[in-house]
Design a protein around this ligand. Structure first.
Ligand code: XLS
Ligand code: NI
Ligand code: NI
Length: 446
């Protein structure tokens, strides 16, 4: 291990809920078995490279505040990338996190030409492979940064210029190759610039077809190279563009169906993107699961008062428990996991702030897993839900679904209602009682 994080000399340990050591886990006990899997296997948590190691702590008004010595513009970019990578893996190992995620340009400098970009990335992928081998830390997903360079200002796949589409496709091919080489579990596409600023200069129909074509080419290439991970779209309604096409899970599903990709591509749901689109995190997970496209999660939280992606570390057990509950109901993750797409606040400038932030996030998810598992195991919520719909298991419900008997048509339903003294009584939704029940699990689960 290198010695960038000198104030945290030893790996973080689990000490239990009564510990007052701020550099210990109180809930995340990697090997604790919860149901049929360990906590580590359920949660499959990852650190993201970009916010933790590439972002200098700047914002639109001010410069970087963080102590990230590898970000100096006077450094040799390849040497700086190696230093950064060593510090990143030191962090992953000391934190005891099983996975990480990256953008191509997080780990590798772009250089002056595409050839140089490719050569740099190929070289640094081998350095990354060696770190992964030594540390046992795996790659949850890779992704290409198709939104940073000025060439992508009007989109990558959805750019009005097909040469920019081609440049983006070449970059994605490289990134899929490296993700495959490193045993990545998934490959992500977040459409940061795949949207518009004004309809006055935008051909929506053309752009959607371009995006559909791009994604189809990604899927074809995945099969060509035998990549077994999952291709994931990451919904977000806006920011940086005024409107993004991958708005939310339900619109992604419609898009995938339109281009015949619904069995090939799933979604990576981010908590703060869910809330920006006007939904709860729980809603986005449940909707993706209902559509059969639940893939992975970017764990973070937003700020109710701010209308942008603040990417704060998750700290609400209630919010995360309800999301994890839907994940468990859907059978849990397969290739997905929880990536901390989270950044420190700009004033958190001590090196060990990165540990405190991730420890809090990991403990929040671990505790949420316990709550969600207890709720599912006890079955009370599921029984209530099942009972609420049980009429649909009876003869009338099956007639309607199968289009037979009384349920054959509006006419036959009309005959049925007219010829009976049908007067169905409404039943209570019992929402408050159920909310109290959830709070009981949060209070009591250990
Ligand atoms: C930005 C996105 C981005 C993706 C990866 O809002 O969350 O970080 O996760 O490109
Ligand atoms: Ni994200
Ligand atoms: Ni985000």
């Amino acid at each position: 291990m290198t010695d960038f994080f000198t104030t945290v000399p030893e790996p973080i340990q689990f000490e239990g809920p009564d510990s007052d050591n701020p550099l210990a886990f109180r809930w995340y006990d990697a090997n604790r078995v919860v149901g049929d899997k360990t906590m580590a296997e359920h949660l499959r948590m990852a650190v993201c490279y970009w916010h933790s190691f590439n972002w200098p702590g700047n914002d639109v008004f001010g410069d970087g505040t963080f102590d990230r010595p590898w970000l100096g513009s006077d450094l040799d970019p390849m040497a700086a990338a190696r230093t950064k990578m060593a510090a990143a893996f030191e962090f992953f190992e000391k934190l005891g996190i099983p996975y990480f995620c990256f953008h191509d340009h997080d780990v590798s400098p772009t250089g002056d030409s595409f050839a140089e970009e490719t050569a740099n990335f190929t070289e640094l992928a081998e350095v990354m492979a060696a770190h992964m081998q030594r540390s046992g830390v795996g790659l949850l997903w890779g992704t290409a940064r198709l939104f940073g360079h000025p060439r992508y200002m009007a989109g990558a796949a959805t750019n009005p210029d097909p040469e920019i589409y081609a440049r983006a496709a070449a970059q994605v091919k490289n990134c899929m190759d490296v993700t495959h080489r490193l045993g990545g579990q998934n490959y992500v596409l977040w459409g940061g610039r795949e949207g518009y600023e004004t309809l006055l200069n935008t051909d929506l129909a053309k752009e959607l077809d371009q995006l559909g074509r791009f994604l189809s080419q990604v899927v074809e290439y995945k099969h060509d190279i035998g990549f077994e991970g999952t291709i994931l779209l990451e919904p977000k309604p806006q920011e940086p563009t005024k409107h993004q096409y991958d708005y939310d899970s339900q619109s992604c599903f419609a898009f995938l169906q339109r281009y015949g990709l619904q069995d090939e591509v799933k979604v990576n749901i981010e908590v703060n993107h869910a809330t920006l689109s006007g939904h709860d995190f729980q809603h986005e997970i449940a909707m993706a699961a209902a559509c059969g496209i639940l893939g992975s999660v970017d764990a973070n939280r937003g700020d109710d008062r701010l209308g942008w992606d603040t990417d704060q570390f998750p700290n609400s057990v209630e919010e995360m428990s309800l999301g994890v509950y839907e994940i468990l109901r859907a059978g849990g993750f397969t290739t997905g996991g929880f990536n901390f797409d989270t950044k420190l606040r700009r004033m958190s400038i001590a090196r060990d702030d990165l540990f405190h932030a991730h420890i809090g996030g990991m403990d929040t998810l671990a505790r949420s897993l316990l709550v969600a598992h207890a709720m599912l195991e006890d079955g009370v919520l599921e029984q209530r839900r099942t009972r609420r719909y049980e009429g649909w298991d009876g003869p009338l419900g099956s007639d309607i679904h199968s289009g037979t008997g009384r349920g054959a048509s509006l006419g036959s339903l009309h005959d049925f209602v007219s010829g009976s003294d049908l007067d169905p009584a409404p039943t209570s939704g019992r929402q408050e009682e159920l909310e109290n029940l959830v709070n009981r699990y949060i209070e009591q689960t250990r």
